[in-house]
Design a protein around this ligand. Structure first.
Ligand code: ADP
Ligand code: ASP
Ligand code: MG
Length: 474
């Protein structure tokens, strides 16, 4: 069986036209003799709106919460009505949408009475996005003669109970994915399931964290030993920087798992940071592809990337960070001092991105979050503490910076007009990162891009697309 996991993100299912394109792409794979398992996100922006509805309900704005839900209900109903040609199936799908939203409204009403939004209730509420979208996509496929079967992802993706960022239980997934999916595939069916949503062993709904549908795709691909995992999105692949920031970004044709993981971790939203791991373990190639431009060959992520003449493959930016300076004016740094500092971050379950130390001070960067005052209060017991938000981490990734002399000088020359706050002393040999003001981030990326992708290596980057863009129109 030539099994391929195809994950479609929010923009690939955002309306009837997008779902139609997605169906055509899947039908194309089936026609090639492949056996796809399809994983879909909620329709674009639905997760954000569900979170907003939950917040409103918990702040006793019952009317506001129900208004968001009713807007979402109308969007899903309209899409369903436009999508399904067979009248009977159309009516069945519209009433299924209504059933789901009736249930959601009940939860929102309950929440507006209880006024306490726990992570567990939040996960239950956001799960409706993928629960409805996966049903709609299944119905659309069937309407277009793809023999699709809906599968509830919560029966396959088992996690621990850390709601909102649950950790998958690999052993159970390895057992359940083949058990639930292989019989369908053997019968020639195309399973369709929601990404992002999961359940703990007690059957309570959990989620894998924002952007988690990529992770679901990789988990399912890993558990089924798929021949490939395809991440379908709204750009041509992994680009040399976020094309929204840098319009002349180029498609990277091929990149290593290690580079892609580094980019994802440091803010390239195109992939969820955990996506790569299940694929690496089984050495399954991952492709990033564009559902609006399926003819484009996308980006291939493989274990060993070929040599590249350019030092960097891509530039990522992580925004909304804070720098915390801990200055030990009352005591010089002594043995055990750093571990006391890290114990405080650990206590608050706050991951640290970057650290730099001097004789008396330690600077750390973390995601800006509302625990910072509490963390600072604990740190104050050890030393003087200052923290400042609105920082961004720029991360330049490439296997070919290993052992190259003079790269740092070239990087900092390209952004000499920008004030750099911290430079990574990290152990990774494939990334160079530094911290700047958030307001300078886009400009820094554009300057670095102009400096390092002026003459890109055509074996690794799609320079043809740039030439076409620059060619005078006839
Ligand atoms: P999906 O809904 O398909 O999961 P996302 O919005 O999560 O899509 O991710 C795709 C977006 O990631 C793109 O539209 C692009 O703006 C952004 N992005 C950030 N960095 C990169 C990069 N290096 N290459 C490609 N896209 C990137
Ligand atoms: N719908 C979820 C989100 O918006 C998961 C995903 O799209 O990957 O975060
Ligand atoms: Mg995504």
């Amino acid at each position: 069986m030539n099994l391929v996991v195809m994950k479609f993100g929010g923009t690939s299912v955002e309306d009837a036209a997008a779902i139609g394109r997605t169906a055509a792409i899947v039908a194309g794979r089936v026609a090639q003799g492949k056996s796809p398992v399809v994983v879909v996100s909620a329709m674009a922006k639905v997760t954000d709106q569900l979170l907003r509805a939950a917040a409103a309900a918990s702040q006793s704005d019952r009317t506001g919460a129900l208004a968001i839900s009713s807007h979402l209900r109308a969007r899903h109903r309209d899409t369903a009505a436009e999508l399904i040609r067979n009248a009977q199936n159309r009516a069945a799908l519209v009433s299924l949408v209504d059933e789901k939203f009736d249930k959601l409204d009940e939860i929102l009403r309950g929440l507006s009475a209880i006024l306490e939004l726990t992570p567990r209730v939040s996960d239950l509420i956001v799960s409706f996005g993928e629960r409805v979208s996966s049903r709609m996509v299944t119905a659309a496929f069937r309407d277009r003669d793809i023999d699709a079967a809906h599968v509830d992802a919560r029966q396959i993706i088992v996690t621990d109970s850390q709601f909102q960022k649950a950790i998958p239980q690999d052993d159970m997934i390895e057992q359940r994915a083949p058990e639930k999916l292989l019989p369908l595939l053997r019968a020639g069916k195309t399973p369709v399931m929601g990404g992002f949503i999961a359940s703990n062993e007690a059957g309570l709904t959990t989620t894998l964290g924002r952007g988690g549908s990529d992770f679901t795709g990789a988990l399912v691909g890993g558990a089924l030993n798929a021949a490939a995992i395809e991440i379908w999105t709204d750009v041509d692949g992994i680009m040399t920087s976020d094309p929204r920031v840098c319009p002349d970004a180029l498609r990277v044709r091929v990149i290593s798992f290690e580079e892609a993981a580094e980019l994802a971790y440091f803010g390239a939203k195109v992939l969820h940071p955990a996506t790569i791991l299940p694929a690496v373990r089984k050495n399954i190639p991952v492709w990033v592809l564009n559902s609006r431009n399926p003819a484009c060959e996308g980006t291939r992520i493989i274990s060993l990337a070929p040599h590249c003449k350019s030092p960097f493959k891509s530039i990522a930016v992580k925004k909304k960070l804070s720098i915390i300076d801990v200055v030990a004016s009352r005591m010089l740094m002594t043995h055990g001092y750093l571990s006391q500092i890290f114990a405080i971050f650990d206590k608050h379950k706050c991951p640290v991105d970057m650290v730099s130390t001097s004789e008396v001070s330690v600077s750390l960067s973390v995601d800006s979050n509302n625990q910072l005052p509490a963390i600072a209060a604990d740190l104050e017991k050890l030393a003087d503490v200052k923290y400042e938000g609105k920082k961004a981490l720029v991360c330049m990734v490439g296997e070919d910076i290993r052992g190259q002399n003079g790269i740092a000088a070239q990087v900092f020359a390209a952004i000499r007009h920008i004030n750099v706050r911290m430079i990574s002393q990290g152990a990774s040999e494939i990334n160079m990162s530094f911290m700047i003001e958030e307001d300078d981030a886009d400009e820094a990326v554009r300057s670095l891009h102009a400096a390092f992708f002026r003459e890109p290596d055509p074996t690794v980057f799609d320079v043809e697309a740039r030439k076409q863009l620059l060619a005078p129109s006839s």
